[in-house]
Design a protein around this ligand. Structure first.
Ligand SMILES: [Zn+2]
Length: 216
């Protein structure tokens, strides 16, 4: 895994602006969805699509359980809402998501003509709403979707930090268990193949990754 140097200029991320009680209600539901992802063993990210005060659809991150690299929380919610309304365009809707959208999700939102996107915590690794790049700011691509970030950033980031910390601890426990099996009898070590030791999945952020730090 290579780390792309990342030094966002302060103010590049749209972490300003005020949020309404409806926004807070929407993001609270998105956080509930993130918990669902966590219970399923997925990276805890949740999304909710609202039209006014009406919840149209919810989604949580589940690429591992569905064997689907596109099954990010936002895509899941967009698909449900488009099916419900029998329309792939969702212009009067606001999408709440607990993590800054990636490029795939940002473009899907623009294809759906989502009216507004509100995210909680930035994703310095793949964020396409100001962290790595800002697709929403490109006038050639985006004529429809307003963007705001930073709503309930701390609880959303805390869920991610806790998830990755627990996963690192589980990996370490498995490695330690394998080592303790191998240590007492040298003749057993030949039966242990290093490739059988579970390696971290490619989606895991390194321990010192900025996404695991409290948002600034
Ligand atoms: Zn995404």
């Amino acid at each position: 895994m290579t780390d792309v140097p990342h030094h966002p200029a302060p103010g590049l991320l749209p972490l300003t602006g005020s949020f309404s009680p409806d926004d807070e209600a929407g993001m609270r539901l998105a956080l509930d969805q993130a918990l669902n992802a966590q219970l399923a063993g997925e990276v805890p990210v949740g999304a909710v699509l609202m039209r006014g005060q009406q919840v149209l659809a919810t989604g949580y991150n589940r690429p591992i359980t569905t064997h689907d690299p596109t099954a990010h929380a936002e895509i899941v919610a967009l698909r449900h809402a488009a099916q419900l309304l029998q329309n792939y365009r969702l212009p009067e809707c606001t999408l709440y998501v607990t993590l800054e959208p990636c490029a795939m999700c940002a473009m899907a939102m623009m294809h759906a003509r989502i009216g507004r996107v509100v995210f909680a915590t930035p994703d310095p690794k793949t964020g396409a709403a100001g962290s790595v790049l800002n697709l929403f700011a490109l006038a050639q691509l985006n004529h429809h979707t307003a963007l705001q970030g930073g709503l309930m950033a701390e609880p959303a980031a805390a869920l991610l930090r806790q998830f990755f910390a627990e996963r690192r601890a589980q990996h370490k426990a498995r490695r330690d268990a394998l080592r303790s099996l191998a240590a007492p009898a040298a003749d057993l070590t030949s039966t242990l193949d290093a490739s059988a030791i579970p390696a971290g999945e490619s989606t895991e952020l390194p321990a010192d990754h900025p996404a695991l730090e409290p948002p600034r």
